[in-house]
Design a protein around this ligand. Sequence first.
Ligand SMILES: Nc1ncnc2c1ncn2[C@@H]1O[C@H](COP(=O)(O)OP(=O)(O)OP(=O)(O)O)[C@@H](O)[C@H]1O
Length: 281
Amino acid sequence: MIKISNLSFGYSNKKLLYSDLSLDIKGGNIYGLLGKNGAGKSTLLKNISGTLFPKKGKVIVNGSIPQRRKPSFLNTVYFISEDVTLPPLTLRKYLDLFSVFYPNFNADELNIFLKELAVSVPTKLSALSFGQQKKFSIAFALACNTQILLMDEPTNGLDIPSKAQFRQLIASVMTDDRIIIISTHQTRDLENLIDQVIIVDDGQLLLNESVDSITEKLIFETVSTPPNDKRILYAEKHLKGVSLVRENTSGEDTRINLENLFNGVTSKPQLAKEIFTSNTK
Ligand SMILES: Nc1ncnc2c1ncn2[C@@H]1O[C@H](COP(=O)(O)OP(=O)(O)OP(=O)(O)O)[C@@H](O)[C@H]1O
């Protein structure tokens, strides 16, 4: 369990990026963390992993305070940053240096994950292309078997087959107590994977809901003409009609469209709040 209470954080004292942000993140879920460029997704992940410290408020991860950086906390968390650069080391040397920090690291699993992601390791890891380095880092992170896995734009740079492999791997390593948070702009890559959606904007938490609750509260559909009488969160015209996100008052079950959800929640945060706090089904 990750509990963020009244978090205030800014890179300078004059301007806060987050002020008074509270958020609970529960085990057994894959979270999609969405936000515009510069919204603070990476910053939030770094506050959770203990590489940045709150100015005010608290982040508590399984009872530990990340900023204390105790080994017993650090070996339960793996953070894959957006830009991965592997050192000019052999695989053996890399494992000798880094796997020792993770008591549940499994070398056999690493080999399986590398094979599934189609990465063949050269003499020096730095000789891998950017996408291959990214895939190596994902395989290594998964093989560390940490309870918390934080991934910043993991599918950025991955080719089309690797994106599907990535989804399958993530789904296969999920357990009842694991927390996986994936920050991304590639919403289509995640649509079938995540079961919780967090949206941040302007230092505010706009949404933290399960996919089930989202599809219970909202309808995602394409219509020829938008209805007048419904509470419409988002409408986008295209060649085949109008893509809509509107309040679900009829109990219909539709498939989530993360991109339209994001556009709706960030453009009409007040309406989104009303819909998610109302009791209407
Ligand atoms: N080290 C830093 N020093 C000063 N400002 C920073 C630093 N890192 C990030 N910022 C600023 O903090 C804000 C949030 O950055 P962050 O990287 O967390 O956003 P993000 O949501 O991950 O963005 P993106 O989607 O573009 O990756 C941005 O305005 C950024 O310029």
